[in-house]
Each structure stands twice: as structure tokens, then as C-alpha cells.
Design a protein. Sequence first.
Length: 188
Amino acid sequence: MSQTRLLALVGSLRTGSFNRQLAEAAAQTAPEGVEVEIFSGLADIPFYNEDIDIPGSEPATATALRDAVAAADGLLLFVPEYNGTIPAALKNAIDWASRPYGQGSLKAKPAAVISASISPNAAKWSHADTVKALTVAGAAVVESAHLHFGTINQRFAEAHPREDAEALTQLAAAVHDLVEAAQARVNA
């Protein structure tokens, strides 16, 4: 079996965010033969604008994102909830990766959404908006790989998610389901 590459996009730009910690824990659960790369640089990508999306002249940061998405076999999106919806940086990444229309690096790419919030709602509104944006953008959303973590400020206040056996088990199952979908796509 060849190496399976998953790309994690973290919607919270804060270095020590719980969503970033969940991405780190998910990377830790990856089985042999699976690499999880956490993309850094969402904060540096300008808002999507067709005026600057000119072949050969695209912003380097947007090209780096598109290349990383294209090189990945699947995507893990870690989504906090900002005012009841998806963070702008993550939505912007989806917009850039979906272009050019109908041919973007996101097209048919297996994707899993993992939401986490300090609210008991577990960022389910943001989760739903992210699934909608991915679906419209052409990604292959893997519903069995979805997770919701609520009250994370309490649950992970004393320890990193990598020290939470239940969280690791859940993340490992999500990674497993995403890897299966990615491998099925490669083998199709």
C-alpha cells in the first residue's frame, strides 16, 4: 500500500487553539502509511477575488494552498464556530481550493469535518455550514468521519486532546474512515 496523505486545515488561526490541538492529536492517531500534514498559512491567503486569481499571477500563498490540497488524498477540516458560522479564513481556503470553477483542487476530494467549540452545541452550526460549502465546492464529504466536540474549554483545560483516550479513539476512527474513502478514490 502506498502512502496516504491527509491535509488538515484548521479554522482557528490562534497557535494554541483547541482546534489546532485536535488536529495535532488526529495526526498522532494516523496509522502507519498515513501522513497528516497540518497546513500553516491560512492567515496569509488574501480573500478570494477573481481579479487576483489570474493564471500564472495568483498569490503565492493561494497557490501553496491549492498545491497542498491537490497533493493530498483527503482533507480534515477542524472547525471552530465564530458567531454561529464558519471562520472566514477556512471559508476563504475552500473558495480558493474550489477554483478554477469545476476544476479546483478540491473537486471530488474526500473531506471530513471535525467541529469543536466552548459551547455545548459543539460548533454544529459551523459544521453544517462547512459541509455545505465543501459540498457546493465539489468535495466528497465523508459523513462517517465527522466529529463534534463541545465544551472543549472544560474538557481540554488541563490536558491536550492527545492525552484524552476517548478523543484519540474518536479521532482515530475519523482518520480511518477518511483514509478508506481516500483509498477507494485512488483505487477507482
